[in-house]
Design a protein around this ligand. Structure first.
Ligand SMILES: *Cc1c(COP(=O)(O)O)cnc(C)c1O
Length: 375
């Protein structure tokens, strides 16, 4: 689809560009207690369990709202009131989980690394060895703040070896970066409809180990965010407890058809990896520098250093791209002046080439010639 100012392509971490078929699925009403909607809901939940490799061990509990609602619901339901979490932080989303624990009044500690450094599994192991009270490890799969890939399999291994339980915020990874319960031990993975699965915003979900959820009755601090209550009610009659975002679910289930047609995680990953390569190669050819090393860059969103040239200003850069039909994202790092361009959503390599061509025009117009980082 060609980019245009009134229908921009979203090179963001979500909400994302969606397929026309997904948006068309919004175009009907559903009764939330209607058998057709109950069947749609059941199909969606089964598909999400299967993407996580959790058939027979895990269940899917959907929840209204954005991704943070699922993260807060999972933490509040699964970390017992007398439990303690070790939160792995290398960006804003790790910090957000610590903030949620603060709100909930649950005990926690953090294991922090720099924004361009993944947590070291041996360091996590040592932190767990030194903290017998920690019952849960909370980790982010792809930390969208920078786009860094965290070593989730190795983290899961040390967590399980120490007899602790793992909750993974895989919001910007689920469906594109494999996290398979048959291989990688985790209690819960949290994600939302509107990232790599390319649905529209409005619902999120948790794929959670059934026995961990069964043991979590009464933990939750909140009725609307009680995953155990949401699950037992849904198992009983197939329905959501409170008004579900019906059209959002219909669009999500359609997006999951497209996901299967594309070849599931492998197909989705390969398209995003190609998008990411085209974007990085094109931007480097223009003189831009990436914040992360290629060895830790996930094919999800790329952080670029703001150009050193004094004629560069993010707002003018953004407006120039936006007029050409590309919406980018500001940086979110505490360490450096940056901007971000996503490679996820219903976008292909030609879209990425179009975005790079638009960047070339805009920096030319702005007279930005020194495009590397300020030193
Ligand atoms: C997008 C995202 C979230 C959730 O953000 P919402 O704005 O609540 O949807 C959480 N964690 C990560 C890593 C994300 O990328």
């Amino acid at each position: 689809m060609p980019a245009s100012a009134d229908r921009p392509l979203l090179l963001t971490p979500g909400p994302l560009t969606t397929a026309p078929a997904t948006r068309q699925a919004l175009d009907r009403d559903w009764g939330s207690r209607d058998p057709a909607f109950i069947a749609l809901n059941a199909q969606m939940r089964n598909r999400l369990v299967s993407i996580a490799g959790g058939e027979g061990t895990h269940v899917c509990v959907p929840i209204q709202g954005s991704g943070t609602f699922a993260v807060e619901a999972a933490i509040g339901t699964l970390v017992p009131r007398q439990g303690k979490a070790l939160v792995l932080v290398n960006g804003a989303y790790g910090r957000r989980m610590a903030r949620i624990l603060e709100y909930l009044g649950r005990d926690y500690a953090t294991y922090e690394t720099a924004e361009d450094a993944p947590p070291d599994p041996e360091g996590v192991d040592a932190a767990l060895a030194a903290d017998a009270a920690a019952t849960h490890v909370l980790a982010v799969h792809c930390e969208t703040t920078s786009g860094i890939l965290n070593p989730i399999d190795a983290i899961a291994e040390v967590t399980a070896a120490r007899g602790r339980r793992l909750l993974v915020d895989a919001m910007s990874a689920f469906g594109a970066l494999r996290l398979d319960a048959r291989r990688t031990p985790f209690d819960a993975v949290m994600a939302s409809a509107n990232k790599c699965l390319e649905g529209v915003p409005g619902m999120a979900f948790v794929v959670v180990r059934r026995d961990a959820l069964e043991a979590a009755a009464g933990n939750a601090h909140s009725l609307s965010l009680d995953l155990h209550d949401q699950w037992t009610a849904m198992e009983g009659n197939g329905q959501w407890r409170f008004t579900p975002p019906t059209q959002v679910l219909a669009a999500f289930n359609r997006a999951l058809d497209l996901f299967a047609d594309e070849g599931g995680i492998t197909g989705r990953h390969d398209r995003y990896a190609e998008n990411c390569r085209v974007l990085i190669d094109g931007m480097r050819a223009l003189g831009f520098e990436t914040f992360l090393g290629d060895d830790v860059q996930a094919p999800i969103i790329v952080t670029f250093h703001a150009p050193a040239d004094p004629r560069y200003a993010f707002d003018a850069f953004y407006d120039g791209l936006r007029r050409r039909g590309y919406a980018i994202y500001p940086g979110k790092l505490t360490a450096a002046d940056t901007f971000r361009m996503g490679c996820i959503g219903h976008l292909d390599a030609d879209d990425m080439r179009g975005a790079v061509a638009a960047v070339a025009e805009v920096v030319e117009d702005m007279g930005v010639t020194r495009r590397g980082r300020a030193t």
